[in-house]
Write a protein that binds this ligand. Structure first.
Ligand code: AVI
Length: 319
């Protein structure tokens, strides 16, 4: 398919949101999975986060990729199928497409609107490329269409989204990616590194308040899509680095004592009581090698910036 996009939709619907919100608020500690941040407004807010001065990750990863490209092309070779996980705005992948010139591209994302517009733009700008879009929640398994072709498979998972999974779930996801790319296949992945706490704190508590808006948007989404009396203004954003777990934690904290009705559930909150909305794990290069090895991947090459803020890692599946 040239100049057009084939589209596969397994987008989680409002029933998934209802079930996971009701289950998550009934559990202790209360938690709602971060995948629900990414409705249209949430994806747009995340794009704004990526441009914030405090959020070093996006620009640092871009610069690392730029420098690594010649070596990457040598290591990966041509005749490949590039599968981008969490493709969102797909800016970084353009660098790869132009240098690698793969035979095909599959964009995979949970956010339908962003996925469609980004893959359509790629199909328009690269008419030589076969472009597919798969709207899939890959945290629930990696059944991706169009991957059943005899080409060298390269998964691309930028942005350190792997950090949003607890380590055991991250290993499961990497193992799924391994089965998808097959023996000798590659995973090119962005991994955020451990660093001084002040830098991390600033990145998740930006002065403009965009990260707070992003976190609170989860409540706006619940308010819009479910039957509820929830007032997002009665909660506040709270993010901190937990050094024992090696992760940033984001929470939504109730400002007041209140009872919130969502569908037919009633949830009581004391002032200061919260909902855990996201973890963002940070790794050393050696720690991530250990995680990758548990999923049968070997670290083939690692690139990082001079300040050792972020890394881009080429992993090869060795099962
Ligand atoms: C998508 N993910 C890698 C981001 C992160 O840094 O964990 C999401 C995010 N949360 C707050 N700011 C950005």
């Amino acid at each position: 398919m040239v100049g057009a996009v084939s589209f596969h939709d397994a987008h989680p619907g409002v029933a998934d949101l209802r079930r996971e919100v009701l289950d998550g608020l009934s559990a202790r500690p209360r938690a709602i999975p971060p995948k629900f941040f990414y409705d249209e407004r949430g994806s747009a807010l995340f794009d704004r986060i990526c441009d914030l001065p405090e959020y070093y990750q996006t620009r640092t990863e871009m610069a690392i990729l730029h420098r690594a490209l010649p070596e990457l092309v040598d290591l990966i070779g041509s005749e490949s199928l590039l599968v981008e996980l969490g493709s969102g705005a797909s800016k970084k992948v353009r660098l790869l497409l132009e240098e690698l010139r793969p035979n095909g591209y599959v964009g995979v994302d949970i956010s339908k609107e962003f996925l469609l517009s980004s893959t359509q733009a790629l199909a328009r700008d690269y008419p030589w490329l076969e472009v597919h879009a798969a709207c899939v929640d890959f945290s629930a398994g990696l059944e991706i269409p169009h991957c059943d072709v005899p080409l060298h498979k390269v998964a691309f998972y930028p942005g350190s989204s792997i950090g949003n999974f607890d380590p055991d779930d991250a290993v499961r996801l990497l193992a799924d990616v391994g089965s998808m790319v097959g023996q000798g296949g590659h995973l090119l992945i962005g991994v955020d590194l451990k660093k001084p706490v002040g830098l991390l704190h600033a990145a998740y508590n930006d002065a403009a308040g965009i990260t707070a808006e992003f976190n609170l948007n989860l409540l706006r989404r619940i308010r819009t899509e479910l039957d509820t009396d929830l007032d997002p203004g009665s909660f506040e954003h709270y993010a901190f680095y937990n050094p024992l777990q090696g992760r940033i934690e984001m929470h939504l904290i109730s400002r007041i004592r209140q009872e919130v009705r969502i569908e037919d559930g009633i949830f009581a909150f004391e002032p200061g009581e919260g909902i855990h909305t996201e973890n963002s794990y940070k790794y050393t290069v050696a720690e991530f090698a250990g995680l990758a090895a548990r999923a049968q991947f070997r670290q083939q090459a690692v690139w990082q910036d001079d300040g050792a803020l972020f890394s881009v890692q080429l992993l090869q599946y060795m099962s």
